[in-house]
Design a protein around this ligand. Structure first.
Ligand code: ATP
Ligand code: MG
Length: 138
């Protein structure tokens, strides 16, 4: 496995039938999908995944949102995967996201922003391991 990042298509984007459009932007962006599944996080799993934010005022809302419907979880491979994927998804707040980014096109608000991307190589590995076993990665 080369350089990887981890992503989730978030519940409101899945509910809005935007899985295909977002995956198309990911593949056109040069990322290879090494693993992928549709899954609904329990609130406990969502709380654990975002535990870095547990002191933030939006934490409870974030956990409720991320466990409120199924997501698409995926491991993506590309040279410079983490940084290049953050560029492809755009700013956290879609109002600040650049033209041509996934969040500019699909995110509806700061809290419901369509997609997650890892913020470091170490977290990409931790997040990939959180969602996938080695037998699910190709
Ligand atoms: P992600 O980790 O999901 O890729 P990010 O790295 O761009 O997003 P973070 O600062 O890690 O942004 O925030 C995690 C998520 O928490 C955001 O994607 C968004 O869904 C939510 N969030 C962040 N800031 C706020 C806020 N001020 N109000 C409400 N929700 C927020
Ligand atoms: Mg983040």
């Amino acid at each position: 496995m080369g350089n990887i990042t981890f992503t989730m298509i978030k519940p409101e984007a899945v509910a809005a039938n935007n899985i295909g459009g977002i995956l198309s932007m990911i593949e056109k962006g040069g990322f290879r999908i090494l693993a992928m599944k549709k899954v609904q996080l329990t609130s406990e799993r969502a709380a654990e995944f975002y535990s870095v934010h547990k002191e933030r005022p939006f934490y409870d809302e974030l956990v409720q949102y991320m466990s409120g419907g199924p997501i698409i979880a995926a491991i993506l491979e590309k040279d410079n995967a983490v940084a290049d994927f953050r560029t492809l998804i755009g700013a956290t707040n879609p109002a600040e996201a650049a033209e041509g980014t996934i969040r500019k096109r699909y995110a509806t608000s700061l809290s419901e922003n369509a997609i997650h991307g890892s913020d470091s190589d170490d977290n990409a590995k931790i997040e990939a391991d959180f969602h996938f076993s080695s037998q699910e990665i190709f």
